[in-house]
Ligand binder design. Structure first.
Ligand SMILES: [Fe+2]
Length: 254
């Protein structure tokens, strides 16, 4: 039996209503997005963003695996397996999302005048992972392992904020387009963003809705779904604001 799509659900579906609240949350309205989309930033500031977002990005397959291995629900497991498969480039190493992110960083560094400036190896060596980044990753693993309803609420929050997150990241990346002599090459370098603001994140949103619906079996489980959802958004809000503050502290006089 195939799962119903959102369009087949009732308009007052509590899971979809919960998912929609992400757009008013501090996970998407915070100091990081204000700074990142305000204009071109210094290489050191970009590196701070990349160190922390890159750490989160790399841990995402691990986090999803925790979710998959902690549920016995076959339909939910299949939904999350689809998300993991796409995150891992549908089996192609060169299309794994963290690889695409590294490629964008490398190309950006090269265009800004130093091809070593924004390699993952250098960023990893030169910048620390913030406590709020560790808290986000640790909190995700805890929620995804704790209880299927809480985990599915956490995953719902993640996937519903992700489209806007990636779109705003791309809005910021556009500020650097002028450094590319060849405009087509800029777009080729931006594959990480296009992989997300195309079909992928739309599908992940549906998969996360379907996953949470499997665990909405009554008022108590709905409360736990909401609990995971709200906690995950708060972790994101702290993560982004901490990155922004570190980036602002790093500004050097030009
Ligand atoms: Fe991704």
């Amino acid at each position: 039996m195939s799962l119903p799509t959102p369009s087949m659900q009732l308009a007052n579906d509590p899971i979809e209503s919960l998912a929609q609240t992400v757009f008013d949350s501090g996970a998407l309205t915070n100091r990081f997005y204000d700074l990142w989309t305000s204009g071109p930033l210094q290489v050191k500031q970009i590196a701070i963003f990349a160190r922390n977002y890159g750490e989160f990005n790399r841990s995402f397959p691990e986090v999803l695996s925790v979710m998959i291995s902690n549920t016995q629900n076959i339909q939910a497991r299949a939904e999350y397996a689809k998300t993991l498969y796409s995150e891992m480039g549908y089996g192609r190493v060169d299309k794994v999302h963290s690889v695409l992110f590294d490629n964008w960083l490398f190309e950006l560094g090269k265009q800004l005048g130093d091809s070593r400036a924004l390699t993952w190896e250098n960023i990893k060596h030169d910048h620390r992972v913030l406590p709020q980044t560790h808290a986000l990753i640790h909190g995700e693993k805890e929620m995804y392992a704790a209880d299927n309803a809480i985990g599915s609420g956490a995953q719902l929050a993640l996937e519903w904020q992700a489209y806007t997150m990636l779109r705003r990241m791309y809005d910021g990346a556009l500020h650097y387009k002028k450094w590319w002599a060849d405009e087509d090459a800029f777009h080729e370098a931006c594959e990480y963003f296009y992989a997300h603001i195309g079909a992928t994140e739309k599908e992940h949103k549906i998969e996360s809705l379907n996953g949470a619906r499997q665990f909405n079996t009554g008022p108590q489980s709905l409360l736990r779904i909401e609990q995971g959802f709200v906690k995950h958004l708060a972790l994101f809000e702290n993560f982004w604001n901490a990155i922004a503050d570190e980036m602002l502290r790093a500004v050097e006089p030009e």
